[in-house]
Design a binder for this molecule. Structure first.
Ligand code: SAH
Length: 228
């Protein structure tokens, strides 16, 4: 898989991809991440990528030309499954969206800034719009990092324990059960006996019950989705 992130602030994205799981995924050749500096595609003297809004009002708008130039060049190199624009009014990023995107080959993620992009970018160049939640960020970079992280960790081989992503919250419309590690007792606070019993069937049953219980208490709407 390849993910190309178009941004006017590539520096904001270097650190999320240079550590831990996302770094290893690239080192293992399971994913390539391109941080594309939008300014390199600006044709004006000062390499600006924004301009005043037609009709007036506060806030700059990202211009279409550098974005079009950038996407056109990327598309000349490979076929992209989606050109995603990070946008607070887009489709909400939920686990099923991450699952679906993890099966794609090549993705572009376009980060907005200021007031957002010229509407014609959304109409003609973007194929999908994704929001990471109902709040407004100052730019799309953190959203792009969140989307890329949620997707990349699902690629087979990225997590050391292949089944680990499947047992995370939301994968089966359930919240993950509680987890414990050593010591078995700390300041008198004990780990549930069943986890120390060595009886795998009982442990699995306990975990499933805990998942159901947590989901009922914390996210009852997930159960209503009819899975269980
Ligand atoms: N004027 C816009 C917000 C612009 S915020 C509006 O009211 O909808 C600047 C940029 O940050 C956006 O273009 C988008 O790329 C990014 N952004 C902000 N909030 C986001 C969110 N919740 N999810 C994804 N991207 C977001």
């Amino acid at each position: 898989m390849r993910i190309d992130i178009i941004t006017c602030l590539p520096g904001l994205l270097t650190s999320p991809f240079s550590d831990s799981i996302l770094k290893r995924a690239q080192a293992k050749g399971l994913v390539e991440v391109g941080l594309i500096d939008l300014r390199a595609y600006a044709t004006n003297k000062h390499r600006t990528t924004d301009d005043y809004a037609f009709g007036g009002g506060a806030g700059m708008v990202m211009t279409i030309e550098p974005i079009d130039n950038c996407i056109t060049e990327l598309k000349s190199k490979r076929v992209y499954d989606e050109v995603i624009y990070t946008s607070p009014d887009g489709e909400r990023l939920v686990q099923s969206v991450a699952n679906e995107l993890s099966l794609k080959q090549n993705l572009i993620i376009l980060c907005g800034h200021y007031k957002g992009v010229d509407e014609r970018v959304r109409q003609h160049l973007v194929t999908r719009e994704i929001s990471i939640g109902d709040y407004v960020l100052s730019g799309g970079e953190l959203a792009a990092a969140v989307i890329a992280d949620a997707v990349i960790r699902l690629i087979p081989g990225v997590l050391s324990d292949e089944t680990s992503a499947l047992s995370d919250s939301f994968q089966d419309d359930l919240i993950a059960p509680p987890v414990y590690t050593r010591p078995a007792e700390y300041k008198g606070w004990k780990v549930p006996d069943v986890l120390l019993s060595g009886h795998q069937a009982k442990i699995d049953e306990w975990r499933h019950d805990q998942s159901l219980d947590r989901t009922r208490k914390r996210r009852p709407e997930l159960l209503k989705k009819g899975h269980i």
